[in-house]
Design a protein around this ligand. Structure first.
Ligand SMILES: Cc1cc2nc3c(=O)[nH]c(=O)nc-3n(C[C@H](O)[C@H](O)[C@H](O)COP(=O)(O)OP(=O)(O)OC[C@H]3O[C@@H](n4cnc5c(N)ncnc54)[C@H](O)[C@@H]3O)c2cc1C
Length: 471
């Protein structure tokens, strides 16, 4: 271990420049991003997910698609496999197709933090949903948490499920006051077992004085996302579900009352089609591409830390996130040896090394003790935002869909995949709150994300105003 707390010759000007690069969110060419005096990259550094050391998505044995299937599912992530498993349980045959290796998307790249609704109804562009409107969504988000927890236990999925709670740090005093208003709603509607933590007691939750207090959600967990995916994949394969890798769906067309699902390897005739492509939704489904906005999220993993040091950073092993618009989220690795630190560091396209440097400054802003600790992994993946900032399932143009995790989809996309199948099979006695007739689009949005850096600038400015002017 080479942890050198306090020894990092961290230059305040470099720090400011990095923040400037970040505030501007312009395409700052790498040559203008200052090289840190001590390089932050470990000699074993890998630009790929830390989770892939535990399970790496790989192609499945090569095979042609079947000629027919009752249901064709596009996308083999949590949503697609969850839908397929429920179809199999109900005796309906399904084929799952992925353009890449199954699990290539967000499902093996995420932070592994599972909460039952803390971010549902939170909105960046509009006022938060009023309690009566938010309640049904929170009820279903709580159900999503129960669903994943029960399934992992029932199916004995080995994925380091740890119900250690979640600490949401308030970026400013105003955010803390807003949390106070939200606690009762979360407890009443999402069974969150939430409570406020004043700034004076924050050190009981996190080894940092960065926040202005926060909120604990007791009913929250973290897991190893790639091992959770591996568990779903293994279950699907054991139950004989047909899953094809590296077979992109290129075109969907109606054929009588069924669908023709075209791929480079052949065409499938399917009774129903489920779109489960989330942040990787592409041209095969333009009607969905213009309803979800893919946004890159980035993560770094530190080298191994001593048990004492790790315990000081996160004494209760919670998942941690903050209320900034440019949010960060972090947790210890399942063995509690590394900090896994993520955020929306950049809103435009960037490479993971450039972003790793930005994330490093965010991390050491929160934990100055980590200056000098090197990072071993850095990676990215796409999340899918929707225009009303809510997840969606339903039917559009006769296509079923489960889309729009809005950044929190481990429990939610698993649940929406399952709910989509229940809808197809006609086995629901209650409509899921996320199954709404409207899935908003916008005449000026066609799936092109040229505007995201401008949103990044707006978010950073609002964050700065909240903390520095509004307090
Ligand atoms: C960096 C990062 C951190 C995150 N952290 C968290 C977290 O801590 N907690 C949390 O709850 N959520 C988190 N998320 C979100 C979570 O990972 C996603 O919500 C979830 O994985 C989405 O699962 P999915 O099955 O809907 O889609 P994905 O897993 O993204 O799968 C979509 C699949 O569709 C395939 N595809 C696309 N187009 C086609 C086509 N035409 N034909 C065939 N296949 C196609 C892709 O190859 C891909 O494999 C994070 C996401 C990222 C990227």
């Amino acid at each position: 271990m080479s942890v050198l707390p306090g020894s990092f010759p961290f230059n305040p000007i470099v720090h400011e420049l990095l923040h400037w690069g970040n505030i501007a969110d312009a395409r700052v060419p790498s040559k203008f991003i200052p090289i840190m005096p001590v390089d932050i990259l470990h000699s074993d550094f890998k630009p790929r997910p830390f989770w892939w050391d535990g399970y790496e998505p790989r192609p499945l044995p090569d095979r042609d698609p079947p000629k027919r299937a009752r249901v064709a599912i596009v996308g083999a992530g949590y949503a697609g496999l969850s839908a397929a498993l429920e179809l199999e349980r109900l005796g309906l045959d399904a084929v799952v197709l992925d353009a890449m290796e199954p699990g290539y998307g967000g499902s093996t790249r995420n932070g592994g933090m599972v909460s039952g609704g803390v971010s549902v109804g939170k909105r960046y562009f509009a006022k938060p949903l009023p309690p009566a409107e938010a309640a049904p969504y929170l009820n279903d988000a709580a159900e999503a948490f129960s669903h994943i927890e029960d399934m992992i236990a029932r199916e004995k999925i080995e994925c380091d499920w740890t119900k250690a709670g979640y600490f949401l740090g308030a970026w400013c005093g105003g955010h803390y006051k807003a949390m106070a208003r939200r606690v009762a709603l979360l407890n009443a509607e999402a069974r969150s077992e939430a409570y406020l933590v004043p700034e004076a007691r924050q050190r009981e939750e996190i080894g940092s004085d960065y926040y202005r207090g926060g909120m604990v959600i007791t009913r929250a967990a973290h897991l190893h996302p790639a091992r959770y995916f591996k568990g779903l994949l293994g279950l699907s394969q054991n139950r004989g579900i047909s899953i094809l890798s590296k077979v992109p769906v290129t075109k969907l067309s109606r054929w009588g009352s069924s669908w023709r699902v075209e791929t480079p390897r052949g065409t499938i005739e399917a009774g129903d089609v489920v779109i489960a492509t989330n942040g990787y939704t592409g041209d095969a489904t333009p009607q969905f591409k213009r309803r979800v906005v893919p946004v890159g999220s980035y993560i770094i993993a530190t080298e191994e830390l001593s048990p004492e040091f790790a315990n000081m950073l996160s004494p209760k092993n919670r998942s941690i996130a903050d209320t900034r618009r440019v949010l960060t989220y972090y947790r210890m690795s399942p063995d509690r040896k590394r900090l896994i630190f993520g955020g929306r560091a950049k809103f435009g396209h960037t490479d993971v090394i450039e972003t790793a440097r930005l994330l490093y400054t965010f991390m050491t802003d929160r934990y100055p003790q980590l200056k000098g600790v090197r990072i071993t992994h850095a990676w990215t993946g796409n999340v899918a935002f929707t225009l009303d900032e809510l997840p969606h399932m339903g039917k559009l143009d006769n296509l079923h869909y489960a889309l729009g995790c809005n950044g929190s989809g481990i429990a939610m996309m698993t649940y929406l995949g399952h709910q989509t199948t229940r809808k197809i099979a006609g086995g629901v006695n209650r409509v899921c709150a996320f199954d709404r007739p409207e899935f908003p689009d916008h005449p000026l949005y066609n799936g092109s994300t040229w505007f995201l850096p401008w949103i990044g600038r707006y978010f950073r400015t609002r964050d700065w105003i909240d903390r520095n002017l509004l307090g």
